[in-house]
Design a protein. Structure first.
Length: 305
C-alpha cells in the first residue's frame, strides 16, 4: 500500500499516512476505505480500473496516478497536510498548503483557554495576532456565541490561506452570531487595530518563537513551514513574543486577558517578561503532553481610589 516506501524515507507514521493518501486518491474517507479492504479487495485493485487489470496499452487509473504522486511528495517529506490540502483542528476543517504554518494539536489547548475566558461574556471582543491559517481566531468565532474576532497576519501567502478559511467558515460564524474580520498587517505595529486600544477582552496569539539556532530536525518543519512563522527573531526566540506582549498590553481593556503560546523552554522567561510589562497573575500552563506551552496574563483592572 506504499507504507514501506514511506518508512524507508523516514516518515514517522508511514502506515497512517499511506492510508490517508490512499483514501484521498480514491476520493473516499477512511471508513469507506476500510470497508473496501475488508471485502478482500487490495489497494491495487481499488486504484486500478477493472479490478486491478491494466487496460489496453498499460493505461492506469487516475486514482493510481494520484496515489503515486502523493507517495512521491510524501517520501520527499512534504507535509501530509499540504498534500491532502487540509487538516482538522478542534471543530474546523482548515484548508492548508505551502506558505502557511500547519496548526499543531498542542495549540488546541491554547484555544481552549481563550474559549473558557470568553464563555458567558456578552459579545466579547477578541484579537488573534499572527493568525496564519485562522485556526485560533476562527475557532473562537465558531465556538463562542456572539464573539467579535479580529485577526491579524502579516505574510501575504498565509493571509490568503486565512482568507480562504474565513470564507469557508462564514456560515458557521453566522450561526454562532459571531463576527470575524481578517487584516493583513504587522501584529506588532502600534498602528495595527489602534482603534481597539484598551477595548479588547482577549488577545490570543501563537507567534513565531523558535530560537534562531534551534533549527528543527523534522524535514516537514525545517523545509516546509514558513521561516516567518517559526523563528522568534532573536537567539532565545523571545523577541517577537515580547513584542506581542507590548501590543497586547495596549490593546487589552482593564481586566482583559492575554493567552500566548510559547516554546516549552520559554515559560519562566515569558512570565518574567509579562510581569515586567505590568501584567498580573502571569503563569505558565501545560499542554496535554505535560510540557509548558502557553502563558496567561491579565491587564490590571482599574482601581478606583
Amino acid at each position: 500500500m506504499g507504507h514501506h516506501l514511506l518508512a524507508q524515507a523516514g516518515v514517522p507514521t508511514p502506515l497512517n499516512d499511506a492510508r490517508l493518501l490512499l483514501a484521498d486518491a480514491l476520493g473516499c474517507d477512511l471508513h469507506q476505505l476500510d470497508q473496501a479492504l475488508l471485502l478482500d479487495r487490495t489497494a491495487e485493485e481499488l486504484l486500478t480500473n477493472e479490478g486491478g487489470r491494466r487496460q489496453a496499452g498499460g493505461f492506469q487509473s487516475a486514482a493510481l496516478e494520484r496515489y503515486r504522486s502523493h507517495l512521491q511528495r510524501r517520501t520527499g517529506r512534504e507535509p501530509l497536510q499540504y498534500i491532502l490540502g487540509h487538516a482538522y483542528f478542534r471543530y474546523l476543517d482548515l484548508r492548508l498548503g505551502p506558505g502557511v504554518f500547519i496548526p499543531r494539536p498542542e495549540t488546541e489547548t491554547v484555544v481552549q483557554a481563550g474559549v473558557d475566558a470568553l464563555t458567558g461574556v456578552n459579545h466579547p471582543l477578541a484579537v488573534d495576532l499572527c493568525s496564519g491559517s485562522g485556526a485560533i481566531g476562527l475557532s473562537l468565532a465558531t465556538e463562542v456565541p456572539g464573539a467579535r474576532v479580529r485577526a491579524v497576519e502579516v505574510d501575504g501567502q498565509a493571509y490568503r490561506w486565512g482568507a480562504l478559511n474565513a470564507a469557508a467558515q462564514e456560515a458557521a460564524i453566522g450561526e454562532a452570531g459571531s463576527d470575524y474580520q481578517l487584516l493583513q498587517a504587522d501584529a506588532t505595529d502600534p498602528a495595527t487595530l489602534s482603534d481597539l486600544d484598551a477595548r479588547v477582552d482577549l488577545v490570543i496569539s501563537n507567534p513565531p518563537y523558535v530560537r534562531l539556532d534551534a533549527i528543527p530536525d523534522q524535514p516537514e518543519v525545517r523545509d516546509w513551514d514558513p521561516d516567518l512563522a517559526l523563528y522568534g527573531g532573536s537567539p532565545d526566540g523571545c523577541l517577537l513574543p515580547c513584542r506581542i506582549l507590548d501590543r497586547a498590553m495596549v490593546l487589552l481593556a482593564p481586566g482583559g486577558l492575554l493567552v500566548m503560546e510559547h516554546d516549552a523552554s520559554q515559560g519562566p522567561a515569558m512570565v518574567a517578561a509579562a510581569l515586567e510589562r505590568g501584567f498580573v497573575q502571569a503563569r505558565t500552563h501545560q499542554d496535554l503532553a505535560g510540557r509548558d506551552r502557553y502563558l496567561t496574563a491579565w491587564r490590571p483592572a482599574l482601581v478606583l481610589g
